[in-house]
Design a protein around this ligand. Structure first.
Ligand code: IFM
Length: 435
């Protein structure tokens, strides 16, 4: 059970659960094209146990049961993503009608169950043919992505409650092109710098395309991390400021101030695309809402041996999830308040929050603490309008494969049987109790 009550969030607050296409759908049939995660996972050493999304949770076939679970949990909304390669298998050009038909059924299924569809256009499954052309390193991706966005808006725009362009641009750019942990697995500063700009430029370009098709209630989902120094030393403070710059300020400053942070630009200048400044009005296109994903904090220490960003992340003293991420609800309050004071007065949604853990009692406590953190942020003036638990189902946790379980519903990958966990029941108890 949670200690918080639904009524404390006000009558219009949206509670939902979140998932992403590659992590749950499976269903690599009916004309779906391949994506960068298919090949990344097929390359030895990239993903634990070489797991891939070939079957995942078989949501492609089991979606009615999954939507029933969301409805029966008492949730108001469902945050899902559409797979670009399912809709446009080559990334550009011919549209796959079977792909459109799937999302048609899925979205209607949400509406029939009284669930508000919160769509995300890109949650990391870039069509492979676009990677062959440079993917996020190629400025042309803005046009490819805008064309795909327009197809989605034309077919579903009138039925979507809200649409986000990109999930977690830091992951799309930095994690995938500088740290090499996610597909396409680059470890290259020029690749990363280009992706860091193009992902936001493509976002802004897609917003214009969505609006041109009449789509409403548009935003983007940034993942934010509380960055704190490992000690009081000025050097560690500098390290945490730098990490905050690459993780948080690059995206927030770009999107909501129309200018990238000078300290990070100074370090990336030789690698950024020439003339990027001229794109900033597109990057900072006005939005209707802002999504924030939050999981943890990072503790940073100065590390002179690391070029460009002389820092390293050190293990902190707090309780952790089973991936070693510290549990720090205050970070969620602080970030929501910071975004609302320093960046934007747009309605804010916590579009993801949750815990990788096999001990579900810990997950219940995690959710309870973070829901309280949202209430605290609201008390401090942040206009938070909704909260989405990550995730509805245990699913494909990217480079961790299926070893990490974030679901409030357990999935037996042998049988695909879904079993609600205590954390699901805790949400259900809170959401059905209108106090
Ligand atoms: O599973 C991911 C999700 O795809 C994006 N946000 C973070 C989650 C947990 O790592």
């Amino acid at each position: 059970m949670f200690s918080v009550e639904r009524g404390q969030f006000g009558p219009n607050f949206v509670f939902g659960t979140a998932t992403a296409a590659y992590q749950i759908e499976g269903g690599q049939i009916d004309g779906r094209g391949t994506c960068i995660w298919d090949t990344f996972a097929a390359t030895p050493g990239n993903v634990k146990n070489a797991d891939d999304g070939h079957e995942a949770d078989d949501h492609y076939h089991r979606w009615p049961e999954d939507l029933d679970l969301i409805r029966d949990g008492g949730f108001d909304g469902y945050r899902f993503s559409l797979a670009w390669p399912r809709i446009i298998p080559e990334g550009t050009g011919a549209i796959n009608q079977a792909g459109l038909d799937f999302y048609d059924r899925l979205i209607d299924g949400m509406l029939e169950r009284g669930l508000k569809p919160f769509a995300t256009l890109y949650h990391w499954d870039l069509p492979s043919p676009l990677q062959d052309r440079g993917g996020w390193m190629n400025r042309d991706i803005a046009g490819w992505f805008a064309d795909y966005a327009a197809v989605v808006a034309r077919n579903f725009g009138d039925r979507l409650h809200a649409t986000a362009t990109i999930n977690e641009p830091w992951c799309v750019a930095f994690l995938s092109h500088f740290l090499g942990i996610h597909a396409p697995g680059y470890r290259d500063i020029r690749a990363a710098s280009r992706a860091m700009h193009h992902v936001l430029f493509a976002h802004g370009t897609a917003i214009a395309a969505l609006r041109a098709e009449g789509a409403k209630n548009l935003g983007i989902v940034t993942n934010l991390q509380k960055c704190e120094p490992a000690s009081d030393s000025p050097a560690d403070l500098e390290a945490s400021t730098l990490m905050d710059g690459t993780f948080n300020r690059w995206y927030l400053d770009g999107l909501y101030k129309g200018k990238y942070p000078a300290d990070i630009v100074a370090r990336l200048e030789p690698y950024l695309p020439a003339g990027f400044e001229a794109d900033m009005p597109v990057v900072s296109t006005p939005l209707d809402w802002a999504g924030i994903n939050y999981y943890s904090r990072s503790l940073l220490a100065y590390d002179a041996a690391t070029p460009v960003f002389p820092l390293k992340q050190v293990a902190g003293p707090l309780d952790k999830n089973d991936l070693g991420w510290e549990i720090y609800p205050k970070g969620l309050t602080d970030l929501l308040v910071r975004v609302s004071r320093e960046y934007t007065k747009l309605p804010l949604y916590v579009t993801e929050n949750g815990m990788s853990e096999t001990n579900d009692e810990k997950r219940v406590a995690y959710y309870d603490m973070h829901l309280k953190a949202v209430l605290e942020a609201r008390a401090q003036g942040a206009d938070v309008r909704g909260y989405f638990a990550w995730s509805l189902l245990d699913n494909y946790e990217w480079a961790e494969g299926y070893s990490s379980r974030f679901g409030i519903v357990h999935v037996d990958y042998e049988t695909q049987k879904r079993t609600p966990k205590g954390s699901y029941r805790a949400f259900q108890g809170m959401l059905h109790n209108t106090k």
